[in-house]
Design a protein around this ligand. Structure first.
Ligand code: ADP
Ligand code: ADP
Length: 217
């Protein structure tokens, strides 16, 4: 009999720390980070059909259409590294995607836990406008809160750090708007299912990580 898969869904405003925490959880639990934003950016960089389709939505800070996004996630979860489950970072992001994810995870008893990483909105803007990402491996830094050892150089692979096009302030405000309109209903959705758990996202990265590990049980 195959093992039951564990699915964790990280919720929180853009900039709350989902990607940062998902990467750390991947190291400590062995469950892979599945970041829909990272997959879209990979496709954008390689100019695939999916990347070309996603570009205009991402540039505006709007959601890429559900059918495309859901199919992409289904494909990703069939890869061998997801055999024990996954840490979902940026998916689901609206109720249609959440319903689809319930169907995907139903054979494994649904989503295991949904940590909501809480952060004030003005802190979100500070976090995202100071975010820098590695061009080659996607590792995430912050110019003030989590700087690399050498300015603009990735600690992990020496890659160049850059500011994402959608991390400019006006796009960030639209992403926040999209979050409140489309993603925040998932808080009630998962609360009602009894799997929501709130975590304070304003404390240092290591402390958020400890709180998340405690929830994973
Ligand atoms: P998300 O994936 O939710 O959009 P990220 O993990 O990319 O968020 O983090 C956004 C920015 O905030 C990054 O620049 C990151 O280095 C920084 N950051 C993440 N967690 C913390 C924290 N606990 N304290 C301070 N800065 C943080
Ligand atoms: P952040 O970590 O700052 O919240 P992401 O990297 O998760 O941002 O997402 C960047 C962009 O990729 C989004 O603004 C959106 O255009 C697209 N995207 C990511 N995940 C999804 C999703 N689940 N559904 C639709 N679009 C998505």
């Amino acid at each position: 009999m195959s093992e039951v898969r564990t699915y964790v869904v990280l919720l929180g405003v853009p900039g709350a720390g989902k990607g940062t925490q998902a990467k750390l959880l991947e190291q400590s639990t062995g469950l892979p980070q599945v970041s829909t934003g990272d997959i879209f950016r990979y496709n954008l960089k390689n100019q695939t059909e999916l990347g070309k389709l996603a570009k205009s939505y991402m540039d505006r800070g709007d959601l890429v259409p559900d059918d495309v996004t859901i199919r992409m996630v289904e494909d990703r979860l069939q890869q061998p590294d997801c055999a024990r489950g996954a840490i979902m970072d940026g998916f689901p992001r609206n109720l249609v995607q959440a319903d689809a994810f319930d169907k995907i995870t139903a054979p494994d008893g649904g989503v295991h836990v949904v940590p909501l990483i809480n952060l004030e909105d003005d802190e979100t803007i500070r976090r995202i406008t100071g975010r820098r990402s590695c061009r080659t491996c996607g590792a995430v830094y912050h110019v003030v809160f989590n700087p690399p050892k050498i300015e603009n150089v990735c600690d992990i692979d020496g890659g160049e750090l850059y500011q994402r096009d959608d991390d400019k302030e006006e796009t960030v405000r639209n992403r926040l708007f999209v979050y409140y309109k489309q993603t925040s209903p998932l808080i009630g959705y998962y609360f009602a299912k009894g799997v929501l758990a709130e975590v304070d996202g304003s404390v240092p990265i290591t402390e958020v990580q400890q709180a998340l590990l405690a929830l994973m049980g």
